[in-house]
Design a protein around this ligand. Structure first.
Ligand code: NCD
Ligand code: ZN
Length: 359
């Protein structure tokens, strides 16, 4: 007698923060997103080379992503959501022109904290002209919330960033903004205390890991430092992870999923200096279903994945659906990146997860 495995049907999930890269890496990554269940809206982060600084470049990037997706699946309903990077040189006109070309989002990186952030912001007063235009034309601004000052140490950079956001909010109260990939109780509390103009994205790795997983103190890490768990902002303490889990599971409408899927070639991770980023694209949905299921909150997963973010950013909720099956699924230990002579190591590499995405 065979029993059918359990299945769960979700609305096709959105992902409000992801890195597609460009060139051969883009060609490799787009199909992985689609095959892993990320088939609807995905925010395409602008930190490619050269970066996406204008509406024109965003349109070029969107077309490149769409072309790749359609080559993989002609019937795809994938919708890249474009964001331009806002730097100290971004003018109000650049923001308005991007908005007129259909770009709804802007992204702010702090100087030299993460991948390709050499053009990031040091003095936040200098982006006020761009923020003023964003407030006026309704461009939502996504902040990588880590303080660029050397005076604030790494694990405190996110909590320290709320002081910068407080000043921005006081000056531009109608600006819609998000704190991206939040990692700390301090950030959760700060976002909760704001009004409807402020949201936050949460990744899967920050729901699952802590700094001990990165530094090799957790039993699961076997005493070894785990560069593939390393990203910016770094995972924090257990209490911070608990705060992220509580808020994600609580159904708070201003906290939604953004994976910060950040693939790097193995040689860029396993090196003297290790690039920041977790490649969670394949494991994310099985892990999230398992988490919400274990907590008996499966009904809250759909809104977290496909409703709260859409509402915040002014989109309709998707009509499509996605099914996951409760069947053991082994995450590959690494995946070959064609034409690049290397592989990329996914989150949960080599582990067997409880759920798999139906093709
Ligand atoms: C991202 C990347 O690799 O582009 N890395 C990361 O650790 N999150 C950049 C970013 O979002 O900060
Ligand atoms: Zn990112």
């Amino acid at each position: 007698m065979s029993t059918e495995p359990r299945t769960i049907r979700l609305r096709a999930p959105d992902n409000w923060h992801a890195h597609f890269r460009d060139g051969p890496m883009l060609d490799f990554l787009v199909p992985v997103f689609l095959d892993s269940g990320w088939r609807r809206r995905i925010v395409a982060m602008p930190n490619i080379t050269p970066p996406v600084l204008t509406g024109e470049r965003a349109v070029w990037y969107r077309d490149a992503l769409l072309a790749r997706a359609r080559a993989h699946d002609p019937a795809t309903t994938f919708e890249p959501v474009m964001t331009i990077q806002i730097t100290e040189s971004t003018t109000g006109d650049t923001v308005s022109e991007a908005r007129a070309l259909g770009v709804g989002l802007g992204k702010v990186y702090p100087f030299m904290v993460t991948t390709h952030s050499g053009n990031g912001v040091q003095d936040y007063d200098r982006i006020y002209p761009a923020l003023e235009a964003a407030e006026e034309v309704g461009l939502v601004v996504q902040f990588h919330g880590e303080h660029p000052s050397d005076d604030i140490e790494g694990l405190n950079k996110e909590a320290g960033f709320t002081a910068i956001l407080d000043r921005i909010r006081a000056r531009f109260p109608k600006l819609r903004l998000t704190m991206e990939h939040i990692t700390s109780r301090a950030a959760v509390d700060w976002v909760k205390a704001q009004d409807e103009n402020v949201g936050a994205s949460i990744t899967v790795h920050h729901l699952f890991t802590t700094v001990d997983d990165v530094l090799g103190y957790s039993k699961a890490s076997g005493g070894l430092m785990r560069v593939h768990c390393g990203c910016k902002p770094q995972p924090k303490w257990r209490d911070d992870r608990a705060a992220l889990n509580e808020i994600a599971l609580s159904g708070h409408p201003r906290f939604f999923y953004g994976g910060d899927d950040a693939a790097h070639l193995r040689r860029r991770k396993e090196n003297e200096g290790s690039a920041c980023g977790v490649w969670n694209t394949m494991a994310a949905l099985p892990l999230l279903v398992d988490l919400f299921d274990r907590e008996n909150k499966l009904d809250r997963l759909d809104p977290f994945l496909s409703e709260f973010g859409a509402r915040f950013y002014g989109y309709d909720v998707s009509a499509e659906s996605l099914t996951l099956v409760e069947e053991p699924w082994r995450v590959p230990a690494e995946v070959e990146a064609p034409g690049m002579g290397d592989t990329v190591v996914p989150m949960c590499a080599g582990e067997t997860l409880k759920w798999r995405v139906q093709a």
